[in-house]
Design a protein around this ligand. Structure first.
Ligand code: XIL
Length: 504
């Protein structure tokens, strides 16, 4: 069945390609039509997905849309819903079911010359763009598992900085991680942040339903492997289900927040050492005027409870676990008007008696554009308020061609980064760690957002210390070098010697 559909689609492609050749020689020929078959690719955490899109017009002017989607060695058939056609553009939706959860992806596609520009949105989780063409893409060659360059490391990063701060990573370990990845995590990192499994939508999907299984497994695994856990995240505008805000009654919404924090922080009391209590409350951008204000993001929390929602969240968290270190966590707060707003906000919280201990600078940066001076100044600014600082979600994406930046482009290659780009990234990481070392009295922890260049939300942009096959990259060696000469009392990298506990 599938083979037949695929052959039909190829036949159609050949016909369309022939028609295109004719039109190329005749500028009067009518422009491209939407109907027929198009091909585009998206990079996802599970690898490249190839969409073979089919748009069919019926007699009554309606359009249907479906696709075969190739992902690794699997193909799935998709019937799109909510198909709406307007002239040269079309929108449709893909609804996927994962267990009890429904996941919707909204697509917009628009003809542009001979291409079809396709963008897709995952709601608050962001979106992607790809250029669809009439010709199917060449099969993606199996990526080499060899590293771009052999990197020798003589010290584990967590040992190199053991007198300065903790070194951590993010991931929903141990579920669905390979043994090699679990070993890597336990060997090199001393702290773990749950990447998604403690977020409200995952752990508290409905008012009377808690799903602790995955995060219980993470906390047990971390304990057995001697790692601390940083909880992420209690109050956020994203990945938070709408039930929290239903009914518009602020007292009820406040009680829901209280209950969420009390139950979750209470459940892990003594096992989760610190929490991102409020995540990303400040708006992006800003100017000289907003810099004088808190410039809070227009979120459901702000609309329901006003600016006090932050103080309340910190108070509830402190009550639930008086020993946990409580963080305000955000991105880009080291620079520009957003940095100024963060100081206004933090001062107000401290004045109001919000029990806040630390600031998390997320640290999603781009190689070649890391704002070193801003970062150093931000660390000292926060320290001057009496707060500790952690770099909570560090990744430095590789720039340019070999960084595979997301955007409107033709099929993306899974090409490895160039050595030049890897070295530039290493230099940026080394400079960052020199700053962190200098401020070790303020910095509690530096956590990477992911484990390796496969287990990262910036897949294809090679942002972390290990490549997709767990080989250390030049950045690892450069960071460890930055920490000074090996003291001799630490074990050299004992690859293959660490026993990983399974967390059961
Ligand atoms: C990201 C995760 O890495 C993705 O897997 C998920 O789809 C979306 O969220 N700032 C945060 C993190 O505080 O929670 C985000 O994590 C990355 C940006």
């Amino acid at each position: 069945m599938r083979t037949l559909a695929w052959m039909q689609c190829c036949l159609l492609c050949v016909t369309v390609a022939m028609a295109q050749d004719r039109s190329a020689s005749d500028p009067q020929e009518s422009p491209e039509k939407l109907a027929g078959t198009w091909h585009c690719q998206f990079e996802t955490p599970f690898g490249v997905q190839t969409y073979h899109l089919h748009f069919t017009e019926d007699d009554r002017g309606g359009t249907t849309a479906n696709a075969e989607v190739e992902s690794g060695d699997q193909t799935r058939e998709v019937q799109f819903s909510d198909v709406k056609r307007r002239g040269d553009s079309i929108s449709f939706a893909e609804v996927r079911q994962f267990g009890e959860r429904e996941f919707r992806i909204d697509y917009q596609a628009e003809l542009q010359g001979r291409d079809l520009l396709v963008s897709r949105s995952f709601g608050e989780r962001g979106g992607q763009e790809s250029t669809a063409t009439r010709e199917p893409p060449k099969p993606v060659p199996a990526a080499s598992t060899e590293p771009v360059v052999e990197v020798e490391i003589d010290r584990l990063i967590k040992d190199a900085f053991k007198d300065s701060f903790l070194i951590g990573m993010a991931g929903d370990l141990p579920t669905r991680y390979s043994d090699a990845e679990l070993k890597l995590a336990a060997e090199h990192f001393g702290s773990i942040t749950p990447e998604n499994c403690m977020k409200p939508e995952r752990i508290h999907p409905a008012e009377n339903r808690w799903q602790f299984e995955q995060s219980d497994a993470l906390v047990n695994w971390a304990r057995k492997n001697g790692m601390t856990v940083h909880g992420h995240t209690l109050v956020w505008h994203a990945q938070t289900p709408n039930w929290f805000f239903e009914g518009d009654d602020s007292e009820t919404i406040k009680q829901r927040m209280k209950n969420h924090i009390e139950t979750l922080v209470g459940h892990y009391k003594g096992q989760v050492q610190s929490w991102d209590v409020v995540n990303e409350a400040i708006s992006d951008g800003g100017d000289a005027k907003t810099a004088e204000t808190e410039h809070l993001r227009d979120s459901n929390w702000l609309r329901a409870l006003g600016p006090d929602f932050l103080t309340l969240a910190f108070k509830y968290a402190r009550q639930a676990d008086p020993d946990a270190v409580l963080y305000y966590n955000d991105y880009n707060i080291e620079s520009g008007p957003k940095h100024a707003s963060s100081l206004v906000l933090l001062k107000r919280l401290l004045d109001q008696g919000a029990p806040i201990d630390a600031v998390g600078i997320q640290g999603h940066w781009r190689s070649g554009r890391v704002p070193f001076d801003d970062i150093e100044k931000a660390i000292t600014d926060y320290a001057s308020l009496g707060l500790k600082v952690s770099i909570t979600e560090l990744d430095v994406t590789i720039r340019g061609e070999s960084g595979g930046q997301f955007g409107r482009r033709r099929f993306r290659s899974s090409a490895p980064p160039s050595l030049e780009d890897l070295n530039a990234q290493a230099e940026d990481y080394a400079k960052l760690f020199a700053i962190f070392e200098k401020h070790q009295n303020v910095i509690e922890r530096v956590s990477f957002w992911g484990l390796n260049d496969r287990r990262t939300w910036r897949r294809g942009q090679h942002p972390l210390l290990f490549d997709a096959n767990n080989h250390p990259k030049p950045a690892y060696a450069a960071i460890v070098r930055e920490s000074g000469p090996s003291g001799g009392d630490e074990a050299s990298v004992p690859s293959g010697q660490i026993e990983v506990e399974d967390g059961e």
